[in-house]
Structure formats: C-alpha cells, structure tokens
Design a protein around this ligand. Sequence first.
Ligand code: G3I
Length: 315
Amino acid sequence: QTTLRGAADEAGIDIGIAVDANQLQNNATYRNLVATEFNSLTAENAMKWDATEPSDNSWNFSGADAIVDFAEDNDQTVHGHTFVWHSQTPQWVQNLSASAMQAAMVDHINTLANRYEGRVDSWDVVNEVVSDNNGAMRDSFWRNTLGDGYITTAFQTARAADPNADLYINDYSIEGDNAKSDRIYTIAQGLNSQNLIDGVGFQSHLILGQVPSTMEANLQRFIDLGLKVRITELDIRIQTPADANELQQQANDYERVVSICAELADCSGVTVWGLRDADSWVPGVFPGYGAPLLFDDNFGKKPAYNAVLEALGGD
Ligand code: G3I
C-alpha cells in the first residue's frame, strides 16, 4: 500500500485527520489529500459548541454538515469532537444557573447526537475535564456550577441519544503513566462500571523526542478495563526552523506512536491534528514551535509521513 489510507484499511485501523470545513470546501488540493490519505475525519472546530449553538437554541451546522457529508461521500468514519468542553463554549452557557446549564447541556448533546446518529461513529463526550495540577479535577464553569456529576450526566445523555455511537473521554498529557492519566483511569473505570463509556482518547500533542516511555503500558491498562483507546489529536512540535535531523527525529516519534496503536488490537485509530504544518494551532499557542504535522506548508510529504506509512504496514 502506498497511501496511509490504503495501509490503515488493510491494518484495520483508522488513520484520521482533523479538518477545517472551509478548506475542505474551497481548496481542491487539501480536499484531495484528505480523501485519498485518510479513512476517518474529525472536525477541528466545526462541531464545537461555539460553532454549532452560538446562542441559545440557535443552531449552525454548516461546517459540521459539510464535514459529515464529505466523509459519507468518501466512505470515511467520523470521530465527533466534542460535546462538553470548558473552551470554545459561548458565554451564554457559562452564565446559566445550575438547572438551566444542565438542561442546556442535555439539549446540546441530544441535538448533535440525534442529528448525526448513524453518521458520526464515535464522540468525545467530555474533553479536558482533568487539570494539570496533580490530577485534580479541572475547575471549569461546568464543575463549579454543576459539580462533578456533570460528567456522568453527559455520558448518560449521549448513550441514550445514540446507543450505537462509541463514547470517549478525551484529554491531553495523559499519554504516559502519571497523576493525570491516573485520574482519567479512575473516571473511566467508574463510567465503565455503568456501561456508559467505550473508549479513552489520548490527544497526544507531543514535543519532539518526548514520546513517553510508558505510553504503551499506559494505553494497555485502559484496554485491560475493557475499553478502546484512540490517539485523537496527534502532533509533534519542533522548535522552528526545523532542521533535517529534527525532521528525522520527528519521523521516529511518529513511527513509535502509530506503531503502539497499530500493535494494540483495541486501539481504534490515530487522528493527526491538521493536514499541513501551516494549518496547525501550535505556532499560535507555543511561539517558536511548529512544523508538527505530516505535510509541509506546500502539501509536500515530510519524513514523518513515510514513517507513519511504514508503521501502518505500507511502503
Ligand atoms: O472562527 C473565528 C473567526 O471568526 C475569527 O475571525 C478568528 C480570529 O481569531 O478566529 C476564529 O476562531 C479561531 C478558531 O480556532 C477557528 O479557526 C480561534 O480564534 C482559535 O482560538 C481556534 O483555535 C482552535 C483551538 O482548539 C481553540 O481552543 C484550534 O483551531 C484547534 O486546533 C484547537 O484544538 C484543540 C482541541 O479542540 C482540544 N485539544 C487541544 C487542541 C489544540 O488546542
């Protein structure tokens, strides 16, 4: 196989890409690569709350629909991102009373899950609910208003709305065995005992040369709970400008991560968080860092592309 998609199809896993709805609709080169190289799509922004329900009960599905339609036309799965997050959620939600906020959350989940039932295969139900402070729960407006129970409510709502979709909890800096992944483990265990969760998403926004040595064992312990695991937002940032050695190290890091998933029967797939380096969120948030993806600014394949192809069993 000579495409990521061909190799991933043969290996029986998803190779996914986070897409921007505008580029998908307006840039033919972008569209063609997304269709030929990937068998799974995630909306980088278009399914988030600020995009889909900017004001109370006023819905905008233009970007999300375009992405789901594209996936259907191209026989790709969709991993939905995300129902409940503290970021990119409009102020009107954050200002609600507890009872109104809970009702808004339930309505939001029901509306998206029902609209895309049978077309979105899996959902990040809650995103980034654990803080970076030694595994404590994140003090988001969700938790401060509703208490920790909002997480269970979100999963119960999603489960009832689309019983066939796989439901994930998703977070970053949980790739290795650490206090934060321990907390996710405890939450996942609790949800799983109520049959409310199917998988754990490991975002994997990594730094060059820093694939955690405990990553494989850490994913395995979640699989041992009976859950799927998924690499949901993979990118590997480099201090820019990146030289040839660094691009080779990046290729090795990508190969390691994708191999871990490919070798675990219950790893559902790997989604890369953007197509070209120029599309990445990284330089805007981490000044001086960038070049974290598989394709360069001109849609050229980087060494990391070939490494992923090999890790998927292609050549
Ligand atoms: O849509 C507006 C546009 O109207 C406006 O003119 C423009 C001016 O700044 O901003 C546009 O919104 C931007 C949005 O992306 C869509 O392009 C936001 O400013 C920008 O902050 C937003 O960034 C996204 C970020 O999440 C926000 O939290 C990134 O694209 C997206 O890659 C990133 O993705 C997150 C995952 O959802 C969760 N895990 C971490 C990951 C990286 O931060």
